[in-house]
Design a protein around this ligand. Structure first.
Ligand code: 8YV
Length: 323
């Protein structure tokens, strides 16, 4: 029997192809001059997909009836219709755990940059303004702040662990209460009202789209700081621009945007927004670890017919496969 055929629709971290070398035949679709012809010709042979940001929906999966696993790079997988995949008998996997610390570190860096205006202060120095006068005192300090985490999961917990030594208290809002010591808020508005840092770590997708809207921003208030390291879609970006412009909230630190890599032009003009180009997990060691987990999911599938880290939507399917 030949090697299993794996489709890679778009470029991925090189660790994925390196880890799969010799274990499968890899079709790098973006390098093909006629991708549609390749998909049509190989549709009965392609048994797996390794993917980063490509949208994988019903139409895509129906073109590839032999596919049984989609191994996605990243913890968020909102670009993949995992519910439809399960209906079609296709397991979806992601890469949880290996990026928690990196993303939590980035979140904390972004918070410090935002609250103490650190990137703005550096621009001030580089522009030679320090020689004229010292950088103005920042309105805000981190000390004594209360953080509300929207979406307390593994990354949220890693952020909570990091802010405790800074003297920042933690509360959270999830759909369901968890067995943790932090205060739980059943509604986001109520939590936003009581905290002055709103930390977004909730998954993207239709269910969480624009959860942070004008009402939540108003509740966060004029001393409020919004940090988003999750997905841009969770925030109504137009409402955020208005809130930052008119002082409804104090400032925002954003690693993610609604229409990446495009950034709302209003945000680019605002001095009270710190903007990063989605670098939450973007270190070589962490991205290699994520790539390694993509490979592990695929090789475990080929060798034993089971994934290592299936997403929640695939749980029933995996249960049936393993019984
Ligand atoms: C990456 C991420 O940017 O894991 C995620 O959900 O957002 C990031 O770690 C993404 O996976 C890049 O493809």
């Amino acid at each position: 029997m030949g090697l299993p055929v794996v489709l890679m629709p778009g470029p991925m971290n090189q660790s994925v192809a390196a880890g799969l070398a010799g274990k499968c035949e890899l079709i790098r679709l973006w390098e093909e001059s006629d991708p549609d012809a390749v998909l049509a010709a190989r549709k009965d042979e392609i048994v797996a997909i390794a993917t980063g940001g490509t949208r994988i929906d019903r139409a895509f999966l129906e073109r590839l009836p032999a596919v049984r696993i989609v191994a996605s790079f990243g913890v968020g997988y909102d670009q993949i219709d995992a519910t439809t995949a399960a209906e079609l008998g296709v397991v979806v996997t992601n890469t949880p755990g290996v990026l928690d610390d990196e993303v939590a570190d980035t979140a904390l860096g972004l918070l410090l940059m935002t609250v103490r205006e650190l990137s703005r202060a550096e621009r001030y120095l580089r522009a030679g303004q320090w020689q004229e006068r010292p950088y103005p005192l920042t309105k805000a300090t981190l000390h004594g702040r209360r953080m509300g985490i929207l979406g307390l999961g593994r990354i949220g917990q890693a952020i909570a662990d990091r802010v405790a030594p800074f003297g920042v208290s933690v509360a959270y809002h999830n759909r369901r209460r968890k067995d943790v010591a932090f205060r739980y808020y059943p509604t986001l508005v109520e939590m936003a009202h009581d905290v002055d840092i709103l930390m977004i770590v909730i998954p993207g997708g239709d269910e969480t789209r624009h959860l942070v809207d004008a009402e939540v921003l108003a509740a966060l208030g004029p001393d409020g700081i919004l940090i988003n390291v999750a997905r841009g879609s969770v925030v109504d970006e137009a409402a955020l621009v208005d809130a930052l412009r008119d002082g409804t909230i104090l400032s925002a630190g954003l690693d993610v945007f609604e229409n990446e890599p495009e950034v709302h032009p209003g945000l680019l003009e605002l001095p009270n927004a710190v903007l990063l180009p989605h670098v939450g997990s973007a270190s070589i060691p962490t991205r290699d670890a994520m790539g390694g987990l993509v490979v592990e999911n695929l090789t475990n599938w080929f060798d034993y017919g089971l994934p290592v880290t299936p997403v929640a939507e695939s749980a029933d399917l995996v249960r049936r496969l393993s019984s």
